[in-house]
Design a binder for this molecule. Structure first.
Ligand SMILES: C[S@@+](CC[C@H](N)C(=O)[O-])C[C@H]1O[C@@H](n2cnc3c(N)ncnc32)[C@H](O)[C@@H]1O
Length: 265
């Protein structure tokens, strides 16, 4: 049950965020009052919050997101990739981390949102970085040839795909045989008292604070809703396996608030 009374339906929902467990990821969209596809809504939402995204990201995660990205990139070190695709690159932080730690020949950062990409391009220019190309495009219809990349990375992106299986199949297609994928995504801690603290923070504090700072009424309500709907852990490993990946592994990070999934084509 999402709402208990019709009176609630007419009020702007600030909190709490009611999450229906039966909703699939495709149906969890940023706006309830819009007929636009999830993809169009996600693009619009990230365009809207791009100006505050980096600040909110680091602030709301108390900086732990930087460590999660480091761990993600370090998982690819042994394979020494030369050409990397960072899917759903946003403002580029994972791509910058990959450049620093893996020293590849080139990186492509792909994203739907021009607002997020333009922030990434400014950061690259400020840091004098020419090896990363930021390209607008859809991860569910990747504009690159088969087997073009030695590694693919995704941080906090797959949860936003309209069609998760399609996006993963596209990632698989552009990887060369033997290439590795590293996917970082939020998950739900299962143990007391982190589970209770996390639920309180994610449902009551984050949506209110996120709304005030980003000025986007729904983006930080969509975040916990999409995390709730995401098929995490073994369910995600099963999807990776069905896509064709092998050696699929799940490493929970920070009490399971986040999970790093790695796999090989
Ligand atoms: C939460 S942000 C993550 C950005 C970045 N990877 C990071 O670690 O901060 C999610 C990004 O995924 C992008 N995105 C969502 N669906 C996408 C799709 N189908 N194709 C490309 N980008 C997508 C959004 O535009 C947004 O920039």
């Amino acid at each position: 049950m999402r709402h208990k009374s019709t009176q609630l339906l007419n009020k702007p929902r600030v909190f709490p965020v009611y999450i229906s467990k039966s909703k699939t990821l495709t149906h969890v969209k940023p706006r309830k009052d819009s007929d636009l596809s999830k993809k169009a809504q996600v693009e619009e939402m990230f365009d809207n919050i791009a100006h505050r995204y980096d600040f909110l990201n680091h602030f709301l995660s108390v900086g732990i997101d930087n460590w999660w990205r480091k761990v993600t990139i370090n998982s690819l070190k042994e394979s020494n990739p030369k050409r990397i695709l960072d899917v759903a690159t946003g403002t580029g932080d994972l791509a910058f981390e990959a450049l620093k730690r893996l020293k590849p020949d080139s990186i492509v950062g792909l994203d739907l949102s021009e607002g997020m990409l333009s922030k990434a391009r400014v950061k690259a220019k400020d840091r004098n970085i020419a090896k990363i190309e930021f390209v607008k495009g859809d991860s569910e219809r990747i504009i690159f040839d088969d087997q073009e990349f030695d590694a693919v990375t995704v941080a906090f992106g797959v949860r936003n795909f309209e069609n998760l299986e399609q996006g993963l199949a596209e990632i698989y297609r552009v990887m060369r045989p033997g290439a590795r994928v590293a996917i970082l995504e939020f998950s739900k801690p299962a143990k007391f008292p982190i589970k209770q603290l996390y639920n309180f923070y994610f449902k009551y504090i984050l949506p209110v604070f996120g709304r005030l700072v980003s000025k986007d009424a729904t983006a930080y309500q969509y975040l916990p809703e999409s995390v709730q709907a995401f098929p995490e852990g073994d369910a995600f490993i099963n999807i990776l396996t069905k896509t064709g990946f092998t050696s699929c592994k799940n490493r929970p990070l920070t009490f399971g608030i986040c999970s790093l999934y790695t796999a090989v084509k």
